[in-house]
Design a protein around this ligand. Structure first.
Ligand code: PBG
Length: 344
């Protein structure tokens, strides 16, 4: 169809034509309100005891359970791409799991060895964050020890869990972690960990609080990633996806207890929560793009149903636009590489 230009034609009488700011890539770039930077992205990495070669995680194609050696290489790749923080999860040998998860505070436990190895290699060039939770280390897969309540119910013991998190956090600080990140959703865990760290001289180790963490089906692939022993669910300690006000309370409590940073998790189905937390938090806000979010993107991309790179950048930009200052993502290194060559 050939539409002829007619100089006498009166166009619509519009004062505002927002399309003017969209009419070239350069124009779009200068008016973009939200940008991704490598510095905003935290690379999540898994390290597993008792393996000689990295093992690809079936439900998270492209992600690995690392050996200590391949972990250090993965951190090199992240740092070379401009990533400033890695978050480490440990996968112990099955025979090292017990009811309390004691290998979590053993200095020779896999996660503590990994923290030490990365800190020795990189010093302060990359922030070493450690996951501070027992679910990978307990033989029942819960985030803390199980007890019978006075009424005979089997429950995860809140206060005992906090005591064990304190030990774990101190062991992580001793191994060289810059940041500990309690993800177990026990009441009082931030206060407990803060005072334990301070009493051992670790006033400078910070706490990334998983403040609003939902009992989510999006954690499914993670359970593969860490070889979880969990039967059942975590609904008595993680939040109900139906609730929003509760997230504001959880975040406020963590702030009162001394959280240096707060987090909302998962990310994409909880962007309203990210926005609300960002609107009142006086400390940096993180969002965690979790394993199931990763798996969905990879599955759709593998089928050729979506443009993988555009989708990843769009989702991460959306999480930032919702108010997250930093994003935990399995894509950090890869995306940092794209950003370095001007993709956004
Ligand atoms: C618990 C923990 C989980 C994740 C991070 N920390 C799993 C859970 O709560 O069941 C999930 C991360 C992901 O799905 O990517 N320590």
């Amino acid at each position: 169809m050939n539409v002829k230009y007619d100089a006498t034609r009166q166009g619509l009488d519009l004062t505002r034509r927002p399309r003017r700011l969209r009419n070239s890539a350069a124009m779009r770039d200068i008016v973009a309100e939200t940008r991704l930077h490598a510095e905003d992205l935290i690379q999540v990495l898994f390290v597993r005891d008792g393996i000689d070669e990295p093992v690809e995680i079936a439900s998270m194609p492209g992600q690995y359970q690392h050996t200590l050696e391949s972990l250090v290489n993965a951190v090199h790749e992240a740092v070379d791409a401009g990533v400033k923080c890695v978050d480490l999860f440990g996968v112990p040998r099955d025979e090292d799991k017990d009811a309390e998860g004691s290998v979590a505070w053993d200095p020779q436990g896999i996660l503590n060895r990994a923290i030490r190895a990365v800190r020795e290699e990189f010093g302060d060039r990359v922030i070493v964050m450690a996951d501070t939770c027992l679910d990978e280390f307990t033989d029942h897969g819960h985030c803390g020890p199980i007890v019978k309540s006075p009424t005979g119910d089997v429950v995860v013991d809140n206060d005992r869990s906090v005591e064990l998190y304190e030990r774990m956090a101190v062991a992580q600080a001793q191994a060289g972690a810059h940041v500990v990140s309690p993800s177990g959703m026990m009441d009082g865990q931030i206060a407990g960990i803060r005072s334990a760290l301070d009493s051992q001289g670790f006033e400078d180790v910070s706490i990334m609080a998983y403040s609003a963490k939902y009992a989510s089906a999006f954690f499914g692939p993670f359970r593969d990633a860490v070889g979880s022993s969990l039967q059942g669910d975590r609904k008595t300690y993680q939040q109900d996806p139906a609730n929003r006000r509760e997230s504001l309370l959880e975040t406020q409590l963590d702030l009162d207890e001394g959280a240096d940073m707060v987090m909302v998790k998962p990310a994409m189905s909880y962007l309203d929560i990210v926005r609300e937390v960002a609107d009142f938090s006086p400390v940096p806000v993180a969002a965690y793009q979790v394993s199931g979010e990763y798996a969905m993107i990879e599955a759709a991309a593998a089928n050729g149903w979506v443009d993988r790179q555009r989708l990843i950048l769009e989702i991460l930009t959306g999480i930032r636009r919702a108010g997250a200052d930093v994003i935990f993502t399995y894509y950090a290194t890869e995306v940092a590489g794209w950003l370095a060559v001007g993709q956004r």
